[in-house]
Design a protein around this ligand. Sequence first.
Ligand SMILES: *[C@@H]1O[C@H](CO)[C@@H](O)[C@H](O)[C@H]1NC(C)=O
Ligand SMILES: *[C@@H]1O[C@H](CO)[C@@H](O)[C@H](O)[C@H]1NC(C)=O
Ligand SMILES: *[C@@H]1O[C@H](CO)[C@@H](O)[C@H](O)[C@H]1NC(C)=O
Ligand SMILES: *[C@@H]1O[C@H](CO)[C@@H](O)[C@H](O)[C@H]1NC(C)=O
Ligand SMILES: *[C@@H]1O[C@H](CO)[C@@H](O)[C@H](O)[C@H]1NC(C)=O
Ligand SMILES: *[C@@H]1O[C@H](CO)[C@@H](O)[C@H](O)[C@H]1NC(C)=O
Ligand SMILES: *[C@@H]1O[C@H](CO)[C@@H](O)[C@H](O)[C@H]1NC(C)=O
Length: 871
Amino acid sequence: MGGHMEMMGIVLVSLFLSLQASLLATSEKTMCIISGDCRFADCRGRHLDRVPTEVLPPSLEEVDLSHNALQQIHSSDFSHLHRLRVLQLQYNNISLIEDDAFRFNLLLVDLNIFNNSLTDIPAKALEPLSKLQSLDMSNNFYKSATLAEVFSTFTHLKVLSMGGPFIPSLKKGDFQALRTIFLEKFAIKTASSLLDYEPGCLKVIQTKNMWFDVALDKRPDALPMMLGDLVNKTFVVLRFRNLFEFEYYSDKVDIFHGLADIRTHDLDFHRGKFNENLLRMALMNIQMSLIKVLRLLSIDFARSSTFVDDGNRSSVTELALDVLLLRDITNPDILRFDWRFTWFSKVRHLVIMNVNFNFVPCDAWDEMGMVEVLDVSNNRLQDHSLYNKRCQYSNTMPFLHTFNSSNNQLSSLSDIASLMGTFSQLKVLDLSYNQLSSKASACTWKSNITRMILHHNNFVSSTLSCLPTTVQYLDLSYCNLDQVDMEYFSQATNLKELLLSGNKIKFIPSEWSNPNLMYLALDGNSFGLISMSSFKNMPSLSSLKAGNNPYHCTCDLHTFIQETTTKGKVNITDWPDNYKCYHPEAFLNTMVAKFFPGHIACDIKLVIIISVAATIVVVLALMGLCYVFDIPWYTKATYQILRAKYRAHQEGAGSSQVYAYHAFISYSHWDADWVRDKLLPCLENNKPPYHLCIHERDFMPGKWIIDNIIENIENSRKVIFVLSRHFVNSEWCNYELYFAHQRAIGKTFSDVVLVVKEPIDPDSLPNKYCKLKKMLSTKTYLEWPQEAKQQAFFWAQLKSVLGKPGVTRDRAASARSQLSEADASVVELPLEDRRPVERGAVPPEVFMEANDLSAINAERNNHRTVPAIVA
Ligand SMILES: *[C@@H]1O[C@H](CO)[C@@H](O)[C@H](O)[C@H]1NC(C)=O
Ligand SMILES: *[C@@H]1O[C@H](CO)[C@@H](O)[C@H](O)[C@H]1NC(C)=O
Ligand SMILES: *[C@@H]1O[C@H](CO)[C@@H](O)[C@H](O)[C@H]1NC(C)=O
Ligand SMILES: *[C@@H]1O[C@H](CO)[C@@H](O)[C@H](O)[C@H]1NC(C)=O
Ligand SMILES: *[C@@H]1O[C@H](CO)[C@@H](O)[C@H](O)[C@H]1NC(C)=O
Ligand SMILES: *[C@@H]1O[C@H](CO)[C@@H](O)[C@H](O)[C@H]1NC(C)=O
Ligand SMILES: *[C@@H]1O[C@H](CO)[C@@H](O)[C@H](O)[C@H]1NC(C)=O
């Protein structure tokens, strides 16, 4: 009972698993890729075992179902695809195509059922396909090659390939249906060895290309019969594949007899076994034919033990071919199967490719006297096998213009040069994919080589000196070059195209000059800088390829790209995809096309304009500042102070501390009357009198006014400014105020007495006298009262501020003069920054008395410059 349950479980699980598997399989199977326009369905290689009709939209024109596991084609499979033109069913296992499978696919032009399992040609199913142009139905298990009469209706048929590995014989009537059809290509495959051929079978075939995949191991005599059926026919290509598949032909009968009567341009032997005798037999007949191109491809060649070398008579000497191609032949003996190379003597284009030959005897060169193009690429030639110093090379191969030795093992350029020098007409030389390297020895190129292909070698720059300078085209791509050899390029003046891709060139010399160079490839190198000057000595350059270099994204590069892409003189062919910035780091991997350093940074004219404009702006700004802050005025005044101080110093500093006056009076000439009539009499008639300095009287004539001001202020204990509405209008007034303000000449604010003769608005003062303005607004000054009885109090206040008049130094030097231009005086009495230490800077006053000291002390205590305050 338990066993039963277990069995049930297993069955269920496996059922489930297989269900899942089949679901998966179905979803995978239905995976056809349908093109966007629903005209093409790609169902190739999806393990389909039936046609997925449901996923094929009716609009399809092409369906590829190849490489699947289809077994049968049913009438409903393609019945809805009325527009179907191409149907690919090759590489399936189709053994049955229903008779009406294609009855609705009347537009079908291309049907491929190659390599399936059909045992009969599906003639009935093909019947409706009158538009067929290409029908490949070979490699099926047909037992006979007989074509039904329906084939005669395929009048559009161009390509027909038929047969299979089980067709034992070709019968006379097999291709009768094709008698009226002109084909491009007809291919027939039979069993590995044909057993029977009925003459006349191929006679009806009319085609340009005739391909036989017919092995004759057991019936070599069928070949003359087949050739006999082709006599007087014209072909482009006649091709035999696997003519002898397993056995070498050993008979003496000439089975190629009749070849000469077939008009074919090309004859190909592809695969199959050829011995010396058979090849010679073929060549003897070809000599007499119209064949111009002979190809021996993948031939299995062997010497014949029965070959009799009877001197000249066994040689093939009249093989006049345009092209003789020997490719993929493992046995290099084929080259001299008759021991004399004579079969090359009338060949014009000789290709010996991948034939493993590594030795060229001296006589071979002489035999190839007519060869114009010699291609020995893909062999194993070394220098000594190609160039034998013991051979006599004199005027060998006089017509040779192209020599291709690509993909060999050559290493010495000078040996090659020596050999090539003997080929006087040589123009094109291909030595790519060799191991040519730097063995720098002198090279002499006698021939005028114009095209030299050297890519994929291992040069250093100095190797270039070994190259011919006559070249017009030079390919040095992938040669490991790390710099450009200027010396060589300056000589190679014919150069029109130069390829230097994939090297390691680190910079482009600006003196690089090639006047005729039109195309230059420099992609995949190691340089980061190119600019307008890089190619300036290449006036003919019209096409440049320079991508995949580690570019430094700079203005030079930007300018270069801009100029070349817009002007269009030089076409940068790989722009812009392969151009990326490598430096600076911030731009790493940015596309150069997206790198915009900005016009500002790169345009020289713009840079100049901008800097000029900026300078102008700065100058204007400075001028503005000067205007606003009166900088020139300050500068001038400071200069004057310094000058005065210097002069004072010159004149002897020691005497400076004795004051000549008790006060210097600064006033504008509007106020001169008041000063003369009121101030002077009051103070000078005091007992003892105050000595006062006014410019009209005391300035020294002939001395510069500024010096006078400075000197007299210096020589006065106090400075009295008579303030009125006119005071700011005078330059001298400003000077005096400024000197007092600066305290630059030893005056402190306590030495400044401000007398306001008539009320003024502090706001009318210039901004630079901020302290004065403040003083006026806080009323720290002496005000001249208009009422006479108050004036006595004013004089008392003034005298108290001036202190008791004491001794003054005799001022012999101070002359009294009238200076008409001095006309204004103002006073400023700053309060804020009076510090005791500044008092120390006050020069000792020789006539200072006790009162003064106490007054000074009082001032120090209450921090007042002017003791008298009138509210
Ligand atoms: C092809 O189909 C046959 C049956 O028609 C089958 O026996 C054979 O195994 C199939 N071959 C392949 C390779 O699937
Ligand atoms: C079809 O192709 C397969 C593999 O490509 C091959 O094994 C098979 O023999 C071919 N069938 C015929 C009839 O040639
Ligand atoms: C081939 O053509 C030549 C001349 O054109 C003729 O003499 C000869 O009989 C023809 N041979 C055959 C087999 O038709
Ligand atoms: C072979 O040809 C050469 C020149 O082509 C001639 O000198 C020589 O006598 C010939 N030998 C025979 C056996 O015909
Ligand atoms: C030389 O042979 C190589 C390889 O066969 C081929 O790619 C190349 O184009 C040939 N060169 C010339 C100049 O024909
Ligand atoms: C090579 O060219 C030069 C100058 O054009 C000419 O004098 C010389 O004869 C040429 N050489 C050959 C072998 O053609
Ligand atoms: C530049 O070269 C490319 C590629 O060779 C070509 O497609 C394009 O038309 C050329 N442009 C000009 C302006 O010559």
